[in-house]
Design a protein around this ligand. Structure first.
Ligand code: SF4
Length: 238
C-alpha cells in the first residue's frame, strides 16, 4: 500500500481500511466505469510495438523491458530488416546482436535471452512460437508478462498484461493492494469482462502516460477522480 500514497502511517491505515471495505461488486463497478471512460478518452489505444510475426513480437517484447516502445521500434526497424526468423537470430553472433540492441539497455542480458530463446524455438518447437502460457514460459527471457502479450496479440487468447502502469493505477484506485504482478493479474481477471482484457492494459498505459503518471498525476483533471482512493485521501490531507 505504500506506493498508494505516501507519507504518513495514518494515510496508509485509512487506505487499507477502505480497501477492506470495498466489495468485489464495487470493484467491478469502478473498473467498468474506468474502462468505459478510458475507451472514450483513448479510442485508438493499442499495442505500440511494431512487428510482422509472433517471433518478432516476442523479440520486441523482450527488448521493451525498461525501455520505451518508441526506442524499441527504432531498434527493431533496423534489426528485423535483416534478421527475421529464429534461425536468423541463432546464426547471428551475440556480439553483433548486443551492438544492434545496445540502446534498449540491459543489452547483454537481452541478447543472451533472445539468442537462447531462438535456439529453443528452432530445436524444440520447429521454429514456431508456442501458443500456450505453459510452453511460452519455458522460453528464455519469457515471463508471464511477455507470454500474455503474445497470447493476447498473436493467438487471440484473452490475457491481461500487468506492467508498471497497471500496477500503479489499480493500486491508486484501491482495486488491488499489491505490487505482485501475478496476484494483480489473478484479481483483475475476476473483475474485468474477458472481452476487455487485452485492451485494458493499453488503456492503462495511455492513461498512465497522459494523466495518472507515477510522479505527478493530474488528479484535478482526471475523470476517474470520483472513485479514486488516492484522490480522496490526498484531498482530505490538503
Ligand atoms: S485521480 Fe489522480 S491518482 Fe486517481 S486515477 Fe486519477 S490521476 Fe490517478
Amino acid at each position: 500500500m505504500k506506493e498508494l500514497i505516501f507519507t504518513t502511517g495514518r494515510v496508509k491505515i485509512q487506505s487499507l481500511k477502505k480497501y477492506r471495505k470495498m466489495t468485489k461488486k464495487r470493484k467491478k463497478e469502478i473498473l467498468g466505469k474506468a474502462i468505459a471512460e478510458l475507451k472514450k478518452l483513448f479510442p485508438d489505444a493499442k499495442i505500440q510495438l511494431q512487428y510482422d510475426s509472433s517471433f518478432q513480437l516476442l523479440v520486441a517484447t523482450i527488448l521493451s523491458a525498461q525501455c520505451t516502445d518508441e526506442r524499441v521500434n527504432k531498434v527493431t526497424a533496423v534489426l528485423f530488416a535483416k534478421y527475421k526468423t529464429p534461425e536468423d537470430f541463432m546464426r547471428l553472433s551475440v556480439e553483433k546482436l548486443e551492438r544492434l540492441v545496445y540502446s534498449t539497455g540491459y543489452y547483454k542480458a537481452k541478447s543472451k535471452h533472445i539468442k537462447s530463446m531462438s535456439k529453443m524455438l528452432v530445436e524444440d518447437f520447429d521454429g514456431n512460437v508456442p501458443d500456450t502460457m505453459n510452453k511460452l514460459l519455458l522460453l528464455s527471457g519469457v515471463g508471464r508478462k511477455t507470454a500474455n502479450v503474445i497470447l493476447g496479440h498473436v493467438f487471440d487468447t484473452p490475457a491481461i498484461v500487468v506492467d508498471t502502469h497497471v500496477t500503479r493505477i489499480v493500486n491508486r484506485l484501491n482495486i488491488c493492494s499489491s505490487k505482485n504482478a501475478v496476484k494483480i493479474e489473478s484479481e483483475l481477471v475476476e473483475l474485468i469482462d474477458k472481452k476487455d482484457w487485452v485492451l485494458f492494459t493499453h488503456l492503462m498505459i495511455n492513461f498512465g502516460r497522459a494523466i495518472c503518471s507515477a510522479r505527478s498525476p493530474k488528479c484535478s483533471q482526471c475523470s476517474l477522480n470520483d472513485y479514486c482512493a488516492h484522490f480522496s485521501i490526498t484531498q482530505k490531507k490538503n
